[in-house]
Design a protein around this ligand. Structure first.
Ligand code: NCD
Length: 332
């Protein structure tokens, strides 16, 4: 795998391989010293043209836990403000010696363009309304950790502003690849104009699909991508599509409640539900670091694992950090 631009780059086997690898890295993140030398000498740059809390920090934490060097580019403090183009910017960053760029951009397709301009590996960290593949990977990883690795026939509802959501697109692709049955739920103005390419069905009455769900995935209302009034008011939205305490009470006790964050509490999800026993929202964040370690390792790590003298590895369980790992046999 050279780049990760879309979930389609992986397919079912690729998704399962990344999840299996993430299991080992999750164990690393739980060690007393949660760090291994697997990507020592590599440099990962995060190139973010949009605001982000969890995705940027998650990638940077993942890179650091693999002992890679990290570089951070934020558009708000960069020469983009002086009119520098995307191409000039990424080629400038690459000239400093970068092995991978983690790219977030408000335009769909921007990471694909970057991949055609630089030799570094490119990971899509969210491009406009298009895709957010590592979010989908951490989401299926989280579901697998609760249900077991077989997602065939799992019933998942993705609720809200599906049309404007890159998370919905990548999640639906990943879940469908693993055999899950995905229903997109929202008012017609928030559902895709066509279901072509979605591998999902659509519904506009949330109350009709609640029963028998294995996962309910709430999406954030995309205020910043709102190009028309698509529902009368937030209150109206919550009444029909919010996961209120009353609706949550109708879910089976083992249904997982998920949200990619950032949440609009009280709009798409009630605060009590976000913190309730079915919610795995903070687990999603923790799992995100392990998944991004697995992605960065899959892209940059080949040849460094098991490389003997001066080589590196992730170490066996309980090895307790980077010390003494160089000659240890890795467990992946
Ligand atoms: C999502 C994003 O930026 O696409 N957040 C995230 O990466 N966890 C979802 C969103 O902003 O609604």
């Amino acid at each position: 795998m050279k780049h990760l631009l879309s979930i389609d780059d992986l397919g079912r086997d690729g998704i399962e391989d990344v999840c299996d690898l993430a299991e080992s890295f999750l164990e690393v993140t739980q060690r007393e010293i949660p760090k291994v030398p697997a990507l020592r000498g590599k440099t990962v740059a995060s190139v973010f043209y949009e605001d982000s809390t969890r995705t940027r920090l998650s990638f940077e934490t993942a890179a650091k836990r693999l002992s890679a060097d990290t570089m951070t580019f934020s558009v708000s403090t960069s020469s983009v403000k002086k009119g520098e183009s995307l191409r000039d910017t990424v080629q400038t960053i690459e000239a400093m010696g970068v092995d991978a760029m983690v790219v977030r951009h408000p335009s769909a397709g921007a990471p694909h363009r970057v991949a055609s301009w630089v030799d570094a590996a490119v990971v899509n960290a969210g491009d406009g309304r298009h895709e957010h593949p590592t979010q989908a990977l951490l989401d299926v990883f989280t579901i697998r950790r609760h249900r077991g690795p077989d997602l065939d026939g799992a019933r998942v509802a993705i609720v809200g502003d599906v049309r404007r959501s890159r998370v919905a697109r990548s999640d639906a692709l990943a879940l469908a690849a693993l055999g899950a049955e995905v229903t997109l739920v929202g008012p017609p103005t928030m559902l895709p104009e066509s279901l072509a390419g979605w591998a999902a069905t659509a519904a506009s009455d949330l109350d009709e699909v609640l029963e028998g769900l294995d996962v309910i995935y709430l999406l954030r209302i995309q205020h910043e991508r709102r190009d028309a009034a698509y529902f009368p008011s937030l209150r109206e939205y919550t009444t029909r599509y919010g996961l209120t305490v009353e609706r949550a009470a109708r879910l089976a006790p083992e249904t997982l409640v998920m949200h990619p964050g950032p949440m609009n509490r009280g709009v798409e999800i009630a605060p009590e539900v976000a913190e309730g026993p079915c919610s795995v929202i903070t687990e999603q964040v923790a799992n995100g670091v392990a998944i991004r370690m697995a992605v960065l390792y899959s892209i940059l790590g080949s040849g460094t694992l098991m490389s003997g003298a001066g080589g590196s590895g992730i170490g066996g369980p309980g090895t307790g950090g980077s010390e003494g790992l160089e000659t240890g046999a890795p467990d992946v």
